[in-house]
Design a protein. Structure first.
Length: 219
């Protein structure tokens, strides 16, 4: 039977691997920008091995969480598990709802669209894909799509690729309104919402001032 201590150890190992992968990726980017005066370091092999370790630990984590002894898993551990998933996740905004009639067909079509997008980004690994929220949405737009990748390094790679390829990808009518961002915490979402509201008020105030000046000129 899995205990809370078992899962804590797994999560601690995962966090250590995450930190090491980030350091290796940063070193790889730095190594690519400076003249090579010594033998090159095989960063690809290092990253591949670390990702394999990460995947194995994630699978162990899932096995423990499926254990019937759920009472041993406290709230903090569950939050840590959600955090590990968040670090592997992307959110796609602006992908239209498809016109399929059954729930399974709708999901298959969304999966197909996401696979097409991941191919454009050069992400070869499969992912868990699902829509978030209910229809109709408050904004009236399509629901967001969440994409959970096998590892956090793939998530970071996808975000880097999006940064460089978004203009090209948006030329496809299917993705012409697409936004890609990492999965955010509740605190980050709240901060973003507050920022949008402030920006909206500033824009409205600016428009009001321009309108007032125009009206004054007319008199």
């Amino acid at each position: 039977m899995a205990t809370s201590n078992d899962i804590k150890k797994i999560l601690s190992k995962l966090e250590q691997i995450e930190q090491r992968i980030s350091k290796v990726e940063a070193a790889k980017e730095k190594e690519e920008t400076i003249p090579k005066t010594t033998a090159p370091i095989d960063f690809s092999t290092i990253l591949e091995k670390m990702e394999q370790m990460e995947k194995k630990l994630i699978n162990l984590e899932k096995l423990f969480l499926n254990n019937k002894n759920d009472d041993n898993i406290n709230i903090n551990i569950q939050e840590s598990v959600h955090e590990m998933e968040r670090q592997r996740s992307l959110v796609f905004i602006g992908i239209n709802e498809n016109d399929k009639t059954t729930a399974s067909d709708k999901h298959k079509e969304d999966q197909h669209v996401v696979e097409k997008l991941l191919n454009r980004l050069g992400v070869e690994s499969g992912a868990v894909v699902y829509r978030m929220g209910k229809i109709p949405t408050v904004s009236g737009g399509p629901r967001l799509i969440k994409c959970v990748l096998p590892s956090s390094s793939l998530q970071r790679f996808a975000l880097r690729q999006w940064k460089y390829k978004r203009s090209e990808i948006r030329e496809d009518v299917m993705f012409n309104r697409l936004l890609v961002r990492p999965s955010l915490t509740r605190e980050q979402l709240a901060a973003e919402k507050e920022k949008r509201e402030i920006d909206k008020k500033l824009k409205e105030a600016s428009f009001s001032q321009v309108s007032t000046r125009k009206n004054q000129k007319n008199f």
